[in-house]
Design a protein. Structure first.
Length: 242
């Protein structure tokens, strides 16, 4: 779709923003408190200038516990996007071309709360939001297109946690594979409401997929998909196809 057009569907979603300026980033920007990017486009350079999908890349932004990142466009290359060390809030953050992951959530407390409000992501070969730590991620008023998984609870991290994700008012544009992936054996939950899927007339995009996660590094086993009232918590009426 054209770079600055909004996806077809719900007109309540903002159009993709036009960058107000460009800022190269050669080393990770550490954020404490609130960082307002004024809708500048940040792109990796130097050590952050690679475009691969390798695990373990450094992020462009690293948020301390309780930090807020807002009004930021991540261009290409975007390295490993945004890392949240604990609870964090991402407001109106846009990923034009997702690198390894758009954002990774790494808090170790079960009470950690991560919020993604507004914004969008495109061109994620694999995951948009990677949940490696504990706690609950809420994604609302967000749009995604051309992606592998919108959300994945880490399937084979060396330290595993019970994780929760809440998806509300999200616009999903094909092509894509999975909206949420959770580990049923660790008590993960995905709660979804007001999801609109555009351009998927054959309903190939999986709304919620359950896995048997592990801490050995092995590929997790897929257990099934669809609402089950335990791990995948939603009514089919909450998913609209356009």
């Amino acid at each position: 779709m054209p770079a600055d057009d909004e996806p077809a569907g719900d007109t309540a979603f903002a159009s993709w923003p036009t960058a107000t300026d460009e800022q190269p980033v050669s080393s990770t920007i550490e954020v404490k408190g609130v960082y307002d990017g004024s809708l500048k486009r940040f792109h990796g350079s130097g050590d952050l200038g690679g475009s691969g999908q390798d695990e373990g890349q450094d992020p462009m932004f690293k948020l301390a516990d309780g930090a807020t990142l807002k009004n930021v466009i991540l261009g290409s290359p975007a390295a490993d996007g945004v890392h949240c060390s604990g609870s964090c809030t991402l407001v109106n953050v846009w990923w034009e071309d997702v690198g390894e992951d758009a954002a990774s959530f790494k808090g170790k407390s079960a009470s950690a709360a991560y919020v993604v409000d507004g914004g969008g992501a495109r061109k994620a070969d694999d995951k948009v939001f990677q949940h490696n730590g504990a706690g609950t991620l809420t994604v609302k008023n967000f749009q995604v297109s051309d992606f592998g998984k919108l959300y994945r609870s880490c399937g084979n991290c060396g330290t595993q946690y019970q994780r929760h994700v809440v998806i509300d008012n999200v616009l999903v544009a094909s092509p894509g594979k999975v909206i949420t992936g959770v580990n049923a054996n660790y008590g993960d939950t995905a709660t979804l409401s007001d999801v609109t899927i555009v351009g998927d007339s054959k309903k190939k995009i999986i709304v919620c997929e359950r896995f048997e996660g592990n801490d050995s590094g092995d590929e997790p086993t897929a257990l099934g998909s669809g609402p089950d009232g335990k791990a995948c918590v939603y009514e089919t009426s909450e998913v609209t196809y356009e």
